[in-house]
Design a protein around this ligand. Structure first.
Ligand SMILES: [Zn+2]
Length: 245
């Protein structure tokens, strides 16, 4: 889950229609689901971190600090579940990259950093919030080849894309055009964390990925020189409940 900085509200007061926040959110965060990291060119929704459907948070319906972006799948699973800011990890508040490990089989697990901080259970609850813990569905085509329809299978597919890009770079490590194109491919596919995991041993590519996905470097969750995660998140806008990891 890519850490992001939404930054100060573009409006002096709350949004009357929360949908009006979408252009600025997409401009600052990129056209990606804030939870599953997929690129969603259309129908990306303005997501209320604390759900607008619960009376306790009704006053947050137009509040910039309560907005993220989400896809239909993450949105449908999250629904009106109560979100206590101290009890789940959130990409605008915490270093969610440092908290999670993405694996080639499409699964996501608590990182050693999260375990050391005693946050493994919080990671489990964070993944369950939007269904990032859901198993891959069995969706073969008529030849028995699995078709990547769900988020888990799409993560597996992106791993293969990233490994392919990495093999091209490893064959021509100083070729700037290939490096540039690999970062552009990552931007086009989404799944920032998978690309970062595959390029874990390549500081130049990590830097390019951080710079390619809007709002990532601004979060302060990655070192300026080594492009490694900084934990806890500096939480530059002092959001409530932020900086847990
Ligand atoms: Zn999503």
């Amino acid at each position: 889950m890519r850490p992001i900085r939404r930054g100060p509200s573009p409006r002096l007061n709350d949004f009357i229609d929360y949908a009006d926040a979408k252009p600025e959110l997409v401009s600052r965060l990129g056209p990606y689901c804030s939870f599953c990291e997929r690129r969603v060119p259309t129908n990306l929704a303005v997501e209320h971190v604390q759900p607008k459907g619960l009376p306790a948070y009704a006053q947050l319906i137009g509040r910039w600090d309560n907005f993220l972006l989400s896809c239909v799948n993450c949105n449908a699973t999250k629904k009106d579940k109560d979100v206590r800011l101290a009890q789940v990890l959130l990409p605008d508040r915490d270093n969610t990259f440092a908290a999670l490990i993405y694996q080639p089989d499409g699964t996501i697990a608590p990182s050693p950093t999260a375990r050391a901080a005693g946050l493994a259970q919080m990671v489990v609850e964070t993944l369950a919030l939007t269904g990032l813990d859901k198993a891959a569905a069995d969706t073969p085509d008529q030849n028995g080849k699995q078709v990547a329809l769900d988020r888990m299978r799409q993560r597996m597919e992106t791993w293969l894309e990233a490994i392919y890009a990495k093999s091209a770079i490893d064959a021509h490590p100083t070729n700037q055009v290939i490096r540039h194109m690999a970062a552009r491919l990552a931007s086009a596919s989404g799944f920032f964390s998978i690309w970062m995991a595959v390029f874990d041993d390549d500081a130049d590519m990590r830097r390019r990925l951080i710079d390619t996905f809007p709002g990532t470097g601004e979060s302060g969750c990655f070192g300026m020189t080594d492009a490694r995660p900084v934990s806890p998140a500096p939480n530059p806008d002092a959001l409530a409940g932020g900086g847990k990891i």
